[in-house]
Design a protein around this ligand. Structure first.
Ligand SMILES: Cc1cc2nc3c(=O)[nH]c(=O)nc-3n(C[C@H](O)[C@H](O)[C@H](O)COP(=O)(O)OP(=O)(O)OC[C@H]3O[C@@H](n4cnc5c(N)ncnc54)[C@H](O)[C@@H]3O)c2cc1C
Length: 325
């Protein structure tokens, strides 16, 4: 199960490449950069996360007849990258400083990572809309980070709004502190591996509320409750909680951490040249974050390969991209 927040990296290290995202784009990029002898770090949010991570069944990835869950396929990709020396570290990226020669990447738990190049492979599963009360109570009961804020809710009831492995991993961590965790799922199931859901269900202080639509976060100075609609019983109720943690996905590119530093389209899609380089030299992008019209794992993987070979060219000052045999 996730929750690995160990610092299995060296903070003084300058990586050749930091890859943000461990989906097919990021994992494939890591395989290629690590195999090219480049010191490679991959940062990712949660184990079965991203578009492929939440896919129940895939049977069109070449070489893997399937059907196989997206998460199982991801594990194979990641193991292959790790076998060449790529390091995978869990951490949600919230900010970057990409303008200097050494790029800086910051995670939500306060760590700083430094690299000569960056590949943005964070997919397109960001939420576009906010809940009523979300902005008003941000930092006053509303949070997007279990590791950062769970301890503030020791022995208090909280709601965690989620739907997949990312939400479950965070909720499990929060449940170590909170007296009670209402896990509010808008849909009819949790999109996470069955064994993960089973383990989660068995936590004594967790109550899973499927098919509950969030209406509003309520309170005065601080959060006092979460108003939800039970779509089965067709009734509204207020969960009396002191904290609301939100870990939901959407379809927007996950690029907030770029803070407008690289050129993007009006729809927040990252713009790259034919070598997958963004408007900032040394910063590349691959996969769904580019909003290519065909969103498929094999295409994201191919993008990751191209970005990795472009990183190799950039770092080793090659005249042109060379294939890897
Ligand atoms: C329901 C569904 C079914 C699908 N079925 C198929 C199929 O059958 N066949 C097929 O080929 N394709 C399928 N796809 C499409 C395919 O899954 C995507 O095109 C592909 O996963 C995109 O890869 P990616 O690496 O760009 O992004 P993703 O797979 O979305 O991976 C994004 C990665 O970025 C990480 N990340 C995001 N934000 C941050 C952050 N702030 N900090 C750190 N890490 C971050 C995530 O943890 C994740 O590791 C499906 C997609 C969905 C949603």
């Amino acid at each position: 199960m996730g929750g690995d927040f160990s610092l299995n990296y060296q903070p003084e290290e300058i990586y050749d490449v930091i890859i943000i995202g461990a989906g097919p784009a990021g994992s494939t990029a890591a395989l290629y950069t690590a195999r090219a002898g480049l010191k490679t770090l991959v940062l990712y949010r949660a184990e079965a996360d991203g578009a492929l991570g939440v896919t129940q069944k895939i049977e069109n990835y070449p070489g893997v007849p399937g059907p196989i869950s997206g998460y199982e396929l991801l594990k194979i990709m990641r193991e292959q990258a790790k076998s060449f020396g790529a390091q995978f570290v869990r951490g949600k990226v919230i900010a970057t400083d990409l303008t200097g020669e050494i790029k800086k990447v910051y995670t939500i738990d306060g760590r700083e990572f430094r690299g000569k190049t960056v590949i943005i492979a964070s997919g397109a599963m960001e939420r576009a809309n906010k809940f009523k009360g979300e902005e008003e109570f941000l930092g006053r009961g509303v949070s997007y980070c279990g590791v950062c804020d769970a301890a503030f809710f020791k022995d208090q009831p909280v709601a965690v709004i989620g739907e997949d492995d990312y939400g479950v991993e965070e909720a499990e961590f929060i449940a170590r502190f909170a007296s009670k965790v209402y896990f509010v799922v808008p849909g009819s199931r949790i999109k996470a591996p069955p064994e993960v859901v089973e383990e989660f269900k068995n936590l004594p202080n967790v109550e899973i509320l499927l098919r509950h639509r969030v209406i509003e976060i309520v309170g005065d100075q601080v959060v006092k409750g979460l108003k939800v609609k039970d779509l089965n019983a067709k009734e509204e109720k207020i969960l009396e909680v002191n904290g609301v943690f939100i870990f939901l996905g959407g379809t927007k590119p996950s690029v907030d951490f770029l803070m407008g530093q690289v050129e993007m389209t009006d729809d927040h899609c990252v713009v790259v040249n034919e070598e997958m380089m963004t408007s900032i030299p040394g910063v590349f992008a691959a996969g769904d974050v580019l909003c290519t019209n065909i969103k498929q794992a094999v295409i994201a993987a191919a993008d990751g390969c191209k970005a990795a070979l472009a990183v190799d060219k950039f770092i080793n000052k090659k005249a042109k991209i060379t294939s890897q045999w």
